[in-house]
Every structure is written in C-alpha cells, then in structure tokens.
Design a protein around this ligand. Structure first.
Ligand SMILES: Cc1cc2nc3c(=O)[nH]c(=O)nc-3n(C[C@H](O)[C@H](O)[C@H](O)COP(=O)(O)OP(=O)(O)OC[C@H]3O[C@@H](n4cnc5c(N)ncnc54)[C@H](O)[C@@H]3O)c2cc1C
Ligand code: FES
Length: 259
C-alpha cells in the first residue's frame, strides 16, 4: 500500500455524469490487482471531508485509471480536475478478484461496476462474456473497451434504449442456460448495485457455481481501522463473523455473504 501525491494526466467526461480520470501513480499501478481500489483525497475538500474510494479501472505503464460517476459533493468537486493538478491517493487497497476461473468467466456489471471488471477482463487467463446492465443507454459504459480486448458483450437496459429490455440478470439466466447446454462450467464476477449483486449471488449458489461479488459499502478510513464498512459474513462451517469490506473485501464469494 502506497500513499502518494499523484499528478492528473488526463480527465474527460464519458457521458453527462460519468468521467474517466488518468493519474500518474507508478508505485500503485505496479502493485494493483483487479478488484482492488484506491482511496482519493478530493482537492478542495481536504479540510472538511473524507477520502472517497474508487475501483481501479486500469493500471498500465505507471498510469492508474478511474471511472467514476458524479453523484455528490466529492465527485462533483473531482469533475473540476484537469491535467497537471495533483491529488493524494492511497492504494492499492482490498483483496481483489481471483485471476483464474473454473470454466467460462461471466462478468456482470451494473453502472460503474464495469470499472474493476474491465481491469479483470484484461488479466483473466480465459476470455468469456461480459453482461452490462443499466437503467438507460447512458449507463452502459466501456462496451467497446471489452470488445477491443476480445470479450463478447451483452447489454440490458431497463428502458430498452440499448440492448435487451430488462435486467442484467435476465441476460445472466440466458447465458447460464447456454453454458450449461454446452456442458461447460462458469464462474461469475460481479460489481454493481447491491440488489444486482444479491441476485447474481443467489444464481451462483443455486447453480452450484462460484460467484465473486465486489461490495460497494460507504467507507471512512478505507484501511480497516474504523469499522464504518462492516458486513456480516459466513464461514464454511456455517458460523458467522463481522468483516470489514475495505480490509477483508471488497470481493467476497457469494456463499460468504449474509445479506
Ligand atoms: C470499494 C468501492 C469501489 C468503488 N468504486 C467506484 C468506482 O469505480 N466508480 C464510482 O463512480 N464510484 C465508486 N464507488 C462509490 C464512490 O466511492 C462513491 O460514489 C463516492 O464516494 C461518492 O462521493 P460523493 O462525495 O460524490 O458523494 P456523497 O455526497 O458522499 O454521496 C452522494 C450519494 O452517493 C451515495 N454514495 C456515497 N458513497 C457510496 C458508496 N460507496 N456506494 C453507494 N452509494 C454511495 C450516497 O448515499 C448519496 O446518495 C466505490 C465505492 C467502494 C466502496
Ligand atoms: S472504512 Fe474504516 S474499517 Fe472499512
């Protein structure tokens, strides 16, 4: 884990509310694994505000990429960053996804959940399919990026403005039926809203497959010290314990999580 002052290399809007931020962070980028996150001190809010956690979208050649949605005070302030600005970043934090899948890897993303999954797609040994869901077409991100690195992409929007009309879990059900019909195994990797994660996890458990879910909890310290991000978890013997998403996660296998 490194705490460093990083220079902004590039910053651009992807849609009205989603942005991509590139920063020079060679020490963090070199260590980063898919599913890990960074904790960013937002310039302008240092005196009054906490850091904000963001998944690592990419880490190559000393550059760290973040894909974020402008949802509130901190992220609104971040949209003002431009090349040459500096920001304090701690990372990489958390455990990350496993890098080898049993059978076909099926990535399931909701909204900015594409960020850790795109990083993962570039590092997994086997290519598979990515299912991206959102409320509307404007929430479907990184589709071309996945296709460029050889992944098959399926899209679902709730308003039908792009891809299939419905939920991303409808796509998952179809995909699962196809994989099973071919006699292959599958492993799920998911990041997105809690309801989506829960639905993906239930499908993994019901089908006897492994499902890796990246939880999105509000965080304060980001390093396991404050207990702001606790989650009830289950051990293999059925006993439960209270974990810290920032320290013990953010990625957990579906059977571990007590919703
Ligand atoms: C491990 C992890 C990885 C994340 N990765 C990304 C990412 O790659 N891209 C991205 O855009 N965001 C990501 N987030 C969420 C991001 O941290 C929050 O959206 C951000 O902190 C909001 O800051 P704000 O000051 O703009 O919003 P605030 O003003 O603090 O809050 C605005 C709204 O956002 C909600 N919110 C705040 N934090 C979270 C959160 N953690 N989860 C869900 N809702 C939240 C609040 O409840 C409120 O409704 C991640 C969160 C975690 C825990
Ligand atoms: S945010 Fe402090 S323990 Fe996780």
């Amino acid at each position: 884990m490194v705490d460093m002052l990083c220079e902004v290399l590039g910053h651009k809007p992807l849609t009205e509310v989603y942005w991509e931020l590139d920063i020079a962070a060679p020490d963090i980028a070199e260590q980063a694994r898919p599913g890990q996150f960074v904790h960013v001190r937002v310039p302008g809010l240092e005196a009054v505000s906490l850091r904000r956690p963001f998944s690592i979208f990419g880490a190559e050649g000393g550059t760290l990429k973040i894909l974020y949605k402008n949802v509130g005070r901190g992220t609104a302030e971040m949209t003002r960053l431009s090349a040459g600005d500096r920001l304090q970043v701690i990372g990489p934090l958390g455990n990350g996804f496993p890098l080898c899948a049993e059978g076909v890897p099926v990535l399931v993303a909701g909204g900015y959940g594409v960020a850790p999954l795109f990083f993962l797609a570039g590092r997994l040994e086997r290519k598979g399919v990515v299912l991206i869901g959102g409320r509307t077409a404007a929430d479907i991100l990184a589709r071309d990026d996945f296709e460029r690195i050889g992944w098959r992409v399926q899209v679902a929007t709730q308003d039908g403005s792009l891809g299939t009309e419905g939920l991303v879990t409808d796509l998952l059900d179809k995909e699962l039926a196809g994989v099973c019909a071919e006699g292959d195994a599958a492993e799920f990797f998911a990041c997105g809203p809690e309801g989506m994660l829960r639905a993906v996890g239930e499908r993994a458990v019901a089908a006897g497959l492994r499902g890796w879910l990246s939880l999105d909890k509000r965080m304060v310290c980001g390093v396991g010290a404050c207990l702001a991000c606790v989650q009830k978890l289950r051990r293999a013997d059925g006993s439960t314990w209270i974990g810290r998403v920032c320290h013990d996660g953010p990625v957990f296998e579906a059977r571990e999580i007590v919703w």
